[in-house]
Design a protein around this ligand. Structure first.
Ligand code: SF4
Length: 732
């Protein structure tokens, strides 16, 4: 058996991959039984006719319904599915550009196994899975099953989760928890007993007034959310945008509050002050549904607009007027929940502050606010009962009693002996399976991944594309794209309850295999094959649809979507008090502030500027920064710099600069965008560029990567979210 060597991430070149007879012919399109795509009429996507096959998109998490036109076995066009509630016939640019992902010639084509520090060889699936299974068995035997960690993203990971549980491990994490929604969802759940939803249940189309705190819709192109947002604007909604940057959303707003970065809680406390002390809150909602109003009232007695002005850099009158704008529109006003929430380490408290204001506005459960959704429950497939009590390498509830998942950062640290302090580690982490997440670009302080990799006995990466994390792997397995596989169906809680199907529209290219197939075959090799009582995941989908009175053929004839009538749910609060908790006793008991408090964050050093990061409409971060169709419309990122700061550093619009952070870490060169649309104390860089894997022919070294400059983060003690806007840069 091949011995693992200490791995070193190098900018892998094509020559770093050795060919092998085992995968001869790997560039051919491979066919395999049961994987043919099915059109609405039951024909397959590989027949010679042109056909349209419904599915749902995976270029981001939103799950928009797509119709894919397939001709002679080749997908030629992706359009929005008009009967799908999440797309309504429209897609964002990334969804339309999904073909660039499918037909990217740089895709991973065969399983790869590391043979030396900087070389991989192509191997057969059998050899790759056999090797992984032996390593996993050894780790399980030596350290326990919980020493195997699953780090994942997206729907394709579902069968790996099952495999992990069958194996006896609950050690799993997804970067989106600590970076994106974890602190937001915790803050809302601590207040209302429920979060605002993966696809936010926010009535942007119906509200009169909406406030956005650092949420830049229009650059963030979450399809249906943007559709509702633009409908609201057309209907005359008044928006308040709080952002150090004049975003696209700020350009459409009645008010732009260019807040000093890190001072959001001060602003929110001042808004609470005005709403309460000017009697502009929803008296009935507060009376009927909340507890802790008196405590909140005295908590914000002194947090006046004048008080907040000193911290936020905003005008006190603007703070007061925007609070009034919200309060005078009760109950048709709300604060949008936002995403990518980990900024300064007090993020759960910021989410609490936003949730509390929404309670004061009576927005929760209102059809013009954060409405209650309905959903279709997908029936369970009759998998055999697992005999294992799955264990976790970390005592997460001890460290984060009010958290809802495991921060990936902690799993990474648990892989480095002696790194995690506090005695809450039950077992060492010795093996990772990384599914569909480029950790090096998704987790701050990426250096730690290199360190952890030195201590692992096994690192497997399942991906469609070469990416920075594949450079650390012992084994790389080529995943299919979302256009070549069945995945679990999508049935979110939403204003129009539905189920939609993801299915292959073409056969898998090269030697790629769907995640479910990889998990299932790995289970066979681990002696757990009986737990996977299907041959093809299609059987699981067929069974579930049958239970819903449908079938694959039937759902396809309905455009890939099943719907049901909306049933108004009862408003219930799953908090300990069964009320909306303005004052949180459970937070107090756990040792946290029961109401949000403003804490001042350190200022950038002289000559340094806070590094803010975000999105562009054409890309989903490093997931798409090699996609030919999307790179054509947005080829490289630019760093936004205020003209005054550009003058200080002698920079002109279009110049290339290198950014250097507070620790001296330097970025790739990046173009300067000189603009008054940003404050003087910060710069802004869209995320996902500056790729370092040479196999990416369009993304390699184009633009700069913000993530490598995020060498520090501030941990949110409530959830373990990693607040990363604490880093600052200057220009080289
Ligand atoms: S918002 Fe865009 S990328 Fe995301 S699922 Fe919808 S179409 Fe795809």
């Amino acid at each position: 058996m091949t011995q693992l060597t200490r791995r070193k991430f190098i900018r892998i070149t094509r020559s770093a991959i050795l060919g092998s007879a085992a995968v001869a012919g790997s560039s051919l399109i491979m066919s395999r039984p049961g994987e043919s795509a099915i059109g609405a009429d039951g024909k397959t996507g590989n027949s010679s006719d042109e056909m349209v096959i419904p599915s749902y998109c995976d270029v981001c998490f939103m799950g928009c319904g797509i119709n894919v036109t397939v001709k002679n076995g080749r997908a030629v066009k992706i359009e929005g599915n008009p009967v799908h509630p999440i797309s309504r016939g429209k897609l964002c640019p990334r969804g339309t550009g999904g073909l660039g992902q499918l037909y990217d010639p740089d895709r991973l084509k065969t399983p790869l196994m590391r043979v030396s520090e900087d070389k991989f060889k192509e191997v057969s699936w059998d050899e790759a899975l056999g090797f992984i299974a032996e390593k996993m068995k050894k780790i399980k035997e030596d350290y326990g099953p919980e020493s195997l960690a699953l780090l994942k993203h997206g729907k394709g990971a579902d069968q790996f989760v099952k495999l992990w549980h069958d194996l006896g491990s609950k050690t799993e994490g997804h970067p989106s928890y600590a970076q994106c929604r974890g602190s937001r969802d915790a803050g809302w759940s601590l207040t209302f007993g429920k979060n605002p939803g993966g696809i936010e249940r926010a009535a942007l189309d119906k509200a009169e007034v909406v406030a956005f705190i650092g949420a830049h819709l229009g650059e963030n192109m979450h399809n249906v959310t943007v559709q509702d947002y633009t409908t609201g604007l057309r209907n005359g909604a008044r928006h308040i945008v709080v952002d150090p940057r004049f975003s696209v959303a700020a350009g459409k707003a009645k008010y732009w509050l260019p807040i000093k970065p890190g001072a959001d809680i001060a602003l929110l406390l001042a808004w609470m002050h005005v709403l309460i002390y000017e009697d502009l809150y929803d008296f009935e909602f507060v009376e009927e549904h909340t507890i802790g109003f008196e405590q909140l009232q005295s908590h914000v007695e002194l947090t006046t607009p004048e008080w907040a002005a000193t911290y936020t850099g905003l005008d006190a009158e603007d703070i007061r007027n925007t609070a009034r704008e919200l309060g005078e529109a009760v109950p048709n006003a709300f604060i949008f929940p936002g995403r990518r929430f980990a900024w300064y380490g007090d993020d759960t408290q910021r989410a609490r502050a936003m949730a509390i204001i929404n309670a004061l506005l009576g927005a929760w459960g209102s059809e013009t606010g954060i409405y209650l959704g309905d959903r279709i429950r997908i029936p369970k497939f009759p998998f055999p009962e697992s005999h294992h009590e799955a264990a976790h390498a970390l005592d997460v509830k001890y460290k984060y009693p009010l958290g809802q998942s495991t921060p990936v950062q902690d799993i990474i640290e648990a892989s480095i002996p002696g790194r995690l302090k506090g005695g809450w580690q039950n077992a060492p982490v010795k093996g990772w399976l990384v599914y569909s997440t480029n950790l090096v670009r998704a987790v701050p302080n990426p250096e730690i991944i290199a360190e952890a990799a030195q201590h692992l006995d096994l690192l497997v990466v399942v991906e469609t594309m070469p990416s920075e994390i594949t450079g650390f792997a012992d084994v790389v397995l080529p995943d299919t794209t979302y256009l070549e596989r069945f995945d679990i169906m999508n049935a979110p809680e939403w204003k129009e309850p539905f189920v939609s199907i993801r299915q292959p529209v073409v056969k898998p290219l090269y030697q790629s295999k769907p995640g479910w197939w990889i998990a299932r075959k790995l289970a066979d090799k681990l002696g757990l094959g009986e737990a996977f009582n299907y041959d093809n995941f299609r059987e699981v989908i067929e069974y579930q649809l049958n239970q819903l009175g449908s079938s694959i053929k039937d759902i396809n004839s309905k455009g890939g979507v099943l719907k049901k009538e909306f049933e108004e749910p009862t408003m219930r609060f799953r908090t300990p008090s069964r009320k909306v908790e303005l004052f949180s006793r459970q937070m107090l008991r756990a040792g946290y502030d029961p109401m949000p408090r403003y804490l001042k964050h350190p200022e950038p050093a002289n000559g340094f500027y806070r590094l803010l990061y975000g999105r562009v409409p054409q890309h989903t971060f490093s997931r798409t920064t090699n996609n030919s169709m999307l790179m054509e419309v947005y080829p490289e990122n630019r760093v936004w710099v205020h003209p005054d700061i550009a003058a200080v550093h002698n920079l002109k619009d279009g110049d290339y600069v290198v950014l250097k952070n507070q620790k001296g870490v330097r970025s790739n060169r990046v173009k300067v965008f000189v603009t008054k649309r940003i404050r003087q104390d910060c710069v802004y860089l869209p995320h996902g560029f500056g790729r370092t894997d040479r196999r990416l022919t369009r993304g390699f070294e184009v633009g700069a990567d913000d993530n490598e400059l995020l060498t520090e983060y501030k941990l949110d003690p409530i959830t373990g979210s990693t607040g990363s806007q604490v880093n600052c840069v200057t220009f080289v």
